[in-house]
Design a protein around this ligand. Sequence first.
Ligand code: ZN
Length: 497
Amino acid sequence: VEPALDELKRRLGEIADLERIQSLLHWDLEVLMPPSGQDARAEQLSTLESILHDRRTHDRIGELVEQLEPYAKSLPHDSDDACLIRVTRRDWERERRVPTELASELEGAAAASYRTWVRAREESDFGAFRPSLERMLELRLRWVECFAPYDDPYDVLLDEHERGMRADRVREIFGTLVPELLALVNEHASDEEDDVPAGPFPIAAQEALSRELVERFGGTWDAFRLDPTVHPFMEELGLRDIRLTSHYRESDLTALFTAMHECGHGLVEFGVNPALDRTPLCEGASSALHESQSRLWENVVGRSLPFWRWFYPRVQQAFPDVLGSAPLDRFHRSVNRVRRSFIRADADEVTYGLHIVLRFELEQELVAGRLAVEDLPEAWNSRFAELLGLEVPDDRLGVLQDVHWASGLFGYFPTYQLGNVLSVQIAEKARESIPDLDARFERGEFSELHDWLRENLYSLGRKFTPAETIERVAGGPIDAQPYLAYLRGKLDTLAEA
Ligand code: ZN
């Protein structure tokens, strides 16, 4: 057993190193690289991707997991080695289904399509983007066919980001959410201007506050960085090398929520059991579970009243001219305001789900061939009016706003909303163990929550399937009800205040 296991771990360790190098190239591209480096960087990334694809699909990995099968079966289900062999086999079999030519065609087309999308969005010109989107959809459907037989092509797409999740299950969860979210929007949405001043909030002070939040939540500067970028993200370059990014604007304090969001993603990676380092288990279990943690820190903690009781005086101190005379309850209401708006990324907690449902419905139509790409803007605008009650004025504020489809990412959007739903389920479970959480937030104490999450979720990495992981941490499957109760409770309190 040992020589085979050693060889497997050596091969997987090299793949993990190459993946982190790839992440570093990407981080550098978004944070530091001069713009003219773009062409060289695209070549480097594509070279690295083809090396990685060869390594991940190498015959030898299949031989090794085959050889190790009896050993894996002799171990308990949750032992690190058994999980490693199980997950490696599954990844290997899945990646082998896709011919190398198709994988690299997708890669190349996505890069070109991304550039077309950037220009088309700037000019709000869907017609200029249409051929690229048609191409991405066609390639993605060819990719789906590699996984035949399947019941629903959308299941194949979901499975890539949320292993084991199925379209009919998402439909069921969203079916519970939609009428309730619509009712909440009808009751609580307001077009009133905020009665909190719109800045100016000097960026250096925003950055200092963001750093304080990352520290308080459990990030340490020997292992974390926080840098400015255009579209914020998190990259893990090593268990002790977590790169957070944020985007600052003088006119509002969105950056504070971005810092909490990206910090949540960073804590997931930072908390993986070091014994899993340099293996495919050394990352979050799924997209929805990852997002559940960014949202838990950003929303469940970061938009709560106890949190702001602690933090608001510091924010006031940083911007005395702007916020000195704005009381806490008014500020807290402004960061929880329900508002009908066009852009998903800026949406509040209630309308956000409706933005996702729209995309989920349209993706299914596209993938099933019931909706042609050329009819997409019209379908978007009419469904948007039904769900959010607004007429979309142009495609930049409509169908062209997100990068996902341009990059060939279909079936990803639902994981954002599943993450929102899970964030509340997981927070409630933590609250059962730490009943005085709110009192701790009011004192700026987050280490008990962080410890609980690390022990019960982050440390597991990708050892188990998403469903198994959710069962372990939340004590049951995904359930929309706690999330709806959380939203109702919050909005009722705000309305009374
Ligand atoms: Zn996120």
